[in-house]
Write a protein that binds this ligand. Structure first.
Ligand code: SF4
Length: 391
């Protein structure tokens, strides 16, 4: 069995508004039958409004279209975002005036409104699903595709996985990357050797513990698994192991299953806009140059299928290496282009693999283009030589 994913290409045949992405979003909302499905529902639109001066999040033009469709269908929409970003959302153009519905902090103004769900994983025992997510009866997961320092890529999974949890759970999810031991101090008693390990990393991903210089810490977000540190570390003292990196992706899938599980079957849609894709996520508080060409809009009921479709589409694109920050490097050229950048253990496809195993959907999908780009046939050009032009 495969799932249907509706798709709007960023490309146009003609320079007409009806062929642009906001108009194609309308077509996707029609194909998803959103209006027909939200009557009398309390609809949370989960999105990330970004942070500080970032401007590459989902543009208010798209959000307003979703809000309009929900209202026309008789639903009661509101936008929810993590507490500290919802507070400054209006500075980036997200307000009730622009969107047509309120913007709420998902876990309340103090980040204390949540429901606990027990599900042991690594360092996490209980997960705190934000109250404004769990209280809704219908979910529109409205995400932006981009790179991510912890897992290579952020899309519809990450939007729910981190965005639907209260702050302490988000922190604990990042800490899953430190759960399995990677530093063995007894194998490296020599201070000079430890200093050499720290100095070997061009990305400052390994640091000394500020209270105990015998302990080293890895910042997995900064690490692209280049292996330079391993060439100077004494045998057995340091591991750069996929178990630490994969833990975060598994945590994303578990978290998503918990927040999504608070909605009845058929009461969630997933929409992702893959444009202005930057190397790292929108939490950084700024927007850098796009590193992949725009890939369009994808929407469907199956979160796994939607994410898989975006990854397949973006995986075929050229990494725009001339747009990369010069501190970043490409050291492998296998798989998805975001893996080239963030390293082999941050494979963007892992999250859909974990998600499928948790029963959240299927990686098999049928892509339905809601407005295929028309091929324009032209007669061959007959060149006019300069000498024959009338003066
Ligand atoms: S693998 Fe490379 S990026 Fe990661 S900590 Fe070692 S030197 Fe730094």
């Amino acid at each position: 069995m495969s799932s249907t994913v509706f798709f709007g290409s960023p490309r146009q045949a003609r320079l007409e508004a009806r062929e642009t992405l906001p108009a194609k979003l309308d077509l996707i909302l029609e194909r998803l039958e959103l209006r027909e499905r939200v009557k009398d529902e309390t609809v949370v639109i989960k999105m990330h409004t970004g942070t500080k001066i970032g401007y590459s999040t989902v543009h208010p033009v798209f959000v307003r279209k979703v809000v309009q469709a929900i209202k026309e269908g008789g639903g009661r929409p509101y936008v929810a975002d993590v507490t500290w970003d919802a507070k400054g959302a209006e500075e980036r153009g997200y307000s009730s005036e622009t969107l047509g519905c309120p913007v709420y902090a998902a876990a309340g103004p103090d980040d204390r409104y949540f429901y606990e769900h027990e599900r042991p994983f690594k360092n996490i025992k209980k997960w705190q699903v934000a109250g404004m997510i769990q209280d809704a009866t219908f979910l529109v997961n409205l995400a932006h595709a981009k790179g991510h320092p912890s897992c290579g890529y952020g899309g519809v999974f990450k939007n729910l996985a981190l965005g639907c949890m209260a702050g302490p759970t988000r922190s604990a999810m990042h800490d899953t990357m430190h759960f399995d031991r990677y530093w063995f101090a007894d194998k490296c008693p020599d201070e000079a050797a430890r200093k050499a390990i720290v100095a070997s990393c061009p990305h400052s991903a390994i640091v000394e513990d500020k209270d105990n210089s015998r302990e080293l810490h890895l910042h997995p977000e900064e690490c692209n698994q280049c292996g330079r540190c391993l060439t100077v570390a004494p045998p057995g003292s340091l591991k750069i192991d996929k178990v630490n990196f994969h833990a975060f992706q598994e945590a994303l899938a578990i978290s998503t299953s918990l927040s999504l599980g608070t909605f009845a079957p058929g009461k969630a849609v997933h929409i992702i806009i893959a444009n202005q894709m930057t190397p790292v996520c929108d939490c950084f508080g700024f927007t850098s140059m796009p590193i992949l060409p725009d890939a369009g809009i994808f929407g469907g009921d199956d979160i796994v299928a939607v994410e898989q479709a975006v990854l397949d589409a973006t995986g075929r694109l050229r990494l725009i290496e001339e747009n990369l920050p010069t501190t970043m490097e490409v050291h492998t050229r296998e798989g998805h282009p975001l893996r080239w950048l963030h390293g082999p253990y941050k494979d963007p496809y892992l999250v859909v693999d974990y998600g499928e195993k948790l029963g959240l959907g299927t990686r098999k999908y049928e892509l339905v283009d809601v407005l295929p780009v028309e091929k324009i046939e032209r007669a061959p050009i007959t060149y006019i030589t300069a000498g024959t032009l009338p003066s």
